[in-house]
Design a protein around this ligand. Structure first.
Ligand code: PMV
Length: 358
C-alpha cells in the first residue's frame, strides 16, 4: 500500500454502556478505573473519511517515531505534537471544525502518523446519524471510525485489538465500538492491556432511546469524570460496586437472564449518577422529563414489560429490553411521554473499514 494518496473510510456504530466507564486511572492514555460492558447499536453511526495529503510518506524526525502507548512523549501533556497536526482539517456533518475538537482528532492522527512514520497532514470528514455531544454516545462511533479510517489511510494494517486501543485514545468508550453486539472493555493497567473484546452471547436485546434533549451537554464527560474522582465521596464505592456489577452482568448474560441483567444495568447507571451528583460542585445532567421517563419505565416494568433504564452524560434515558418486546415498549413510552422522541435500536455491527487509496 505505500503508493499513491492514502485515503480510507470507516463506518462505526455507537455503543451504550450497560456497566459504565466513569473515571480514568491514566488521563493521557485513557486507562479507565473500571472495566465496562456495552451494546453496540444500529442506527447511531458515524462515517469518516481520512486522506493524508502531500508527500505523506516523508520520514519523520526520529524523535517523533514512537509507538502509541509507549509512555514517552505520547503520554505527557501535548500542545502541538507534530508540525503536521496544525494543518489537519476536519469537517463534521459538513461544518468546518477548529479548536478543541480538531485538536482531539489531531492527537489520534499523531499516533497513527508516528506508528506509520509519516508526517503528512490529513483531511478528515465525518458524517453522523447521532446528534453530536448530546449524551447519545456520538464520541464512541466517531473515534472508532476515525481510528479505522486513519490507520488504513496511513497504510497500517492493525489488528482489531490494536484498533480498539487506538480508538480508546480518542474517547474511551470508542474502544468498544470496534466490535458489534455485546462488548467488554478490559480496564487493564497500561496501553497494551486496555482494550475491548466481544462477549459471546445468545441474548435478544434492544435499546429504546428516549430522546429528552439533543442539545450539547453543558459539562463534557471528560470534565465531569475528573470532578467526580477528585471530589465525590461516593466515587470509590461506585468503583468497588462496579466490579461486582460487571461480574453479575456477565453471569446473567451467560445464562441468558434478562431480568437479572436489567436489574444490575439500571443500578450501575444510577450509582454512577449518584456519584456525580455528589461531586462538588455537583454534576447534574437530569431534566424534568428525565424523571418522568424513569418513572414511566418503572411503571411499565411493573406491568410486566421487560424494561430497565440506563443514562450517560446527558439527560436522555436509554431502556434495555428484549428485541421481541422493543416495539411494544416504545409505543407505550410514546404515549406516556408525548414530549419525547422514542426510537428502537437493535444490536449493530462492529467497525467496517474501506480502502480508497488511489
Ligand atoms: O468515552 P467518553 O469519554 O465519552 O465517556 C463515556 C462515558 C459514559 O458514556 C457516561 C459511560 C460509558 O461507558 O460509555
Amino acid at each position: 500500500s505505500g503508493l499513491g494518496r492514502g485515503r480510507a473510510s470507516a463506518l462505526a456504530n455507537a455503543n451504550i454502556a450497560l456497566i459504565k466507564y466513569w473515571g480514568k486511572a491514566d488521563e493521557a492514555l485513557i486507562i479507565p478505573r473500571t472495566s465496562s460492558l456495552s451494546l453496540t447499536l444500529d442506527g447511531l453511526s458515524t462515517e469518516t473519511t481520512v486522506e493524508f495529503v502531500g508527500n505523506g510518506r516523508g520520514a519523520m524526525p526520529p524523535a517523533q517515531r514512537d509507538l502509541p502507548g509507549v509512555p514517552d512523549r505520547t503520554s505527557g501533556p501535548r500542545v502541538a505534537a507534530s508540525a503536521s497536526s496544525g494543518r489537519d482539517s476536519l469537517t463534521i456533518d459538513g461544518v468546518q471544525q477548529s479548536g478543541k475538537v480538531l485538536d482531539r482528532v489531531s492527537k489520534v492522527l499523531d499516533l497513527v502518523r508516528a506508528q506509520a512514520g509519516i508526517n503528512a497532514p490529513a483531511h478528515v470528514s465525518s458524517t453522523n446519524t447521532v446528534p453530536y455531544g448530546a449524551g447519545l454516545a456520538s464520541s464512541s462511533s466517531a473515534f472508532a471510525a476515525l481510528a479505522g479510517a486513519a490507520a488504513q489511510a496511513a497504510g497500517l494494517r492493525p489488528s482489531r485489538r490494536e484498533l480498539s486501543r487506538l480508538a480508546r485514545r480518542g474517547s474511551g468508550s470508542a474502544c468498544r465500538s470496534v466490535y458489534g453486539g455485546l462488548v467488554k472493555w478490559n480496564a487493564g493497567h497500561d496501553d497494551a492491556s486496555s482494550y475491548a473484546e466481544p462477549v459471546d452471547n445468545s441474548m435478544d436485546l434492544a435499546i429504546v432511546v428516549i430522546l429528552i434533549s439533543n442539545r450539547e451537554k453543558h459539562v463534557s464527560s471528560r470534565d465531569a469524570m475528573v470532578r467526580t474522582i477528585a471530589t465525590s465521596p461516593l466515587y470509590e464505592s461506585w468503583v468497588q460496586q462496579s466490579g461486582k456489577d460487571l461480574d453479575e452482568a456477565l453471569a446473567a448474560i451467560s445464562t441468558g437472564d434478562l431480568e437479572r441483567l436489567g436489574a444490575v444495568v439500571e443500578a450501575n447507571a444510577m450509582g454512577m449518577h449518584a456519584a456525580m451528583i455528589a461531586s462538588r460542585p455537583p454534576t447534574l445532567y437530569w431534566l424534568p422529563e428525565t424523571i418522568r421517563a424513569l418513572g414511566a419505565v418503572e411503571e411499565l416494568r411493573g406491568q410486566g414489560l421487560p424494561a430497565w433504564s440506563t443514562m450517560d452524560a446527558g439527560p436522555n434515558v436509554k431502556v434495555l429490553t428484549s428485541g421481541r418486546d422493543a416495539e411494544r415498549l416504545a409505543d407505550e413510552l410514546r404515549s406516556m411521554l408525548p414530549a419525547c422522541r422514542v426510537q428502537v435500536h437493535r444490536p449493530g455491527a462492529g467497525l467496517r473499514v474501506f480502502d480508497e487509496s488511489g
